[in-house]
Ligand binder design. Structure first.
Ligand code: PPY
Length: 350
């Protein structure tokens, strides 16, 4: 734990042990260089407390780069609520209210939104005590609702840009895309892909979702053990992180990777592993900025729905094209190119 804290390059971490439930709350503030920190709240069980803190650290850094690359004036942070295994959902609202009160106490240092394990309905509960530092509440509570569809729009745009770079045209007609995870991002992405004439194959662990996409939509289901060896033009990871690693990268049979999940690379060396295999990697935080960008625009800048969609599409398209060109010109990984663009903004402070 001590070395984890010492080696992290972020600013501050707030730690709360929630005695009534046994949950640990970590709020990691990675950087406030470009503005107050914002980031989702991830709520799940972890194998141990260190793993939860490490996840908060990595996710918070991701938010810093996510905002910095397109020049969004917010800093990077993320909260993890590590609940005990077999957590009884009846204690959930009270836990979320205590968490909201903690956010309120921070006075704007950190604002939050949904992430894995939390929804807009949860944001409503957190906002009972955390107002005004809670984004993406339900429309009934005056919020902009789920960020998933906006994230999906950015992922869809990224797949088009990746195809443009790989094949010389952005059209997805006949392109085979493997979508891993069919939740609010992956599910909406699939709709866009089908409308664009792509051939979609998917992998999923939830039985109901498998039935919906395989039996009702007639899409080809790829079982978990075959995900990394399935031939496709684009692999779109839209589930959990760490899927691109020393074990999976040598197996991949895709030309490019562009998906919505956070922290897709298990480690920094995996960007080079992909490059060495000639697989075009669209960096996750550039691809999946749409959710946060749209919600912040809708809720703090008065954007309309149309404006939010236009901003997400144009900003993701511009950002990815720029970094693919930079990576090719400098002979560096796309991840390093994205990092260079973000670092430049962070050191300029705008
Ligand atoms: C993310 O993009 O990963 C998020 O954390 C989601 C989010 C949603 C709304 C405001 C800030 C962050």
């Amino acid at each position: 734990m001590e070395s984890l804290l010492r080696e992290w390059d972020g600013e501050t971490v707030i730690v709360r042990y929630d005695r009534p439930t046994g949950a640990w709350i970590f709020i990691a503030i990675h950087s406030t260089r470009l503005g107050p920190a914002a980031g989702g709240t991830r709520m799940k069980s972890y194998p141990d407390v260190q793993a939860a803190l490490q996840d908060a650290f990595r996710l918070a850094a991701g938010m810093t780069y996510k905002f910095a690359t397109p020049g969004i004036p917010w800093g990077g942070g993320k909260a993890v609520i590590a609940i005990p295994p077999h957590f009884d959902p009846q204690f959930r609202p009270a836990l979320l209210r205590r968490y909201g009160a903690l956010i309120h106490q921070l006075g704007g240092l950190f604002s939050t939104g949904p992430d894995v394990g939390t929804s807009s309905a949860d944001m409503d509960i957190i906002a009972e005590t955390g107002d005004p530092y809670v984004f993406a509440r339900t429309p009934a509570a005056g919020g902009a609702g789920s960020s998933g569809p906006f994230t999906a729009l950015g992922v869809f745009t990224s797949i088009q840009v990746a195809c443009e770079h790989l094949f010389g045209e952005a059209s997805l007609k006949g392109r085979r895309v493997l979508v891993q995870g069919t939740g609010s991002v992956g599910g909406t992405l699939i709709e866009h892909l089908l409308a664009a004439g792509a051939e979609v194959v998917f992998s999923e662990v939830d039985e109901d979702a498998i039935r919906r996409f395989r039996d009702e939509l007639g899409l080809k289901f790829v079982p978990a053990e075959a995900v990394y060896t399935t031939e496709c033009d684009i692999f779109a990871p839209c589930a959990l992180g760490g899927v691109l690693n020393a074990d999976t990268i040598p197996q991949l049979k895709c030309r490019g990777v562009a998906g919505g999940a956070n922290n897709q690379l298990a480690g920094p060396e995996d960007a080079e592993r992909l490059r060495a295999r000639g697989i075009l990697y669209a960096p996750d935080y550039v691809v999946n900025v749409g959710g946060a960008m749209a919600i912040l625009g809708l809720e703090t800048q008065g954007w309309t729905q149309e404006r939010a969609e236009k901003e997400v599409t144009e900003s993701v398209r511009r950002g990815l094209r720029q970094l693919f060109e930079l990576a090719a010109a400098e002979g560096i990984t796309t991840e390093a190119a994205a990092r260079d663009i973000a670092e430049e903004r962070l050191s300029a402070g705008t």
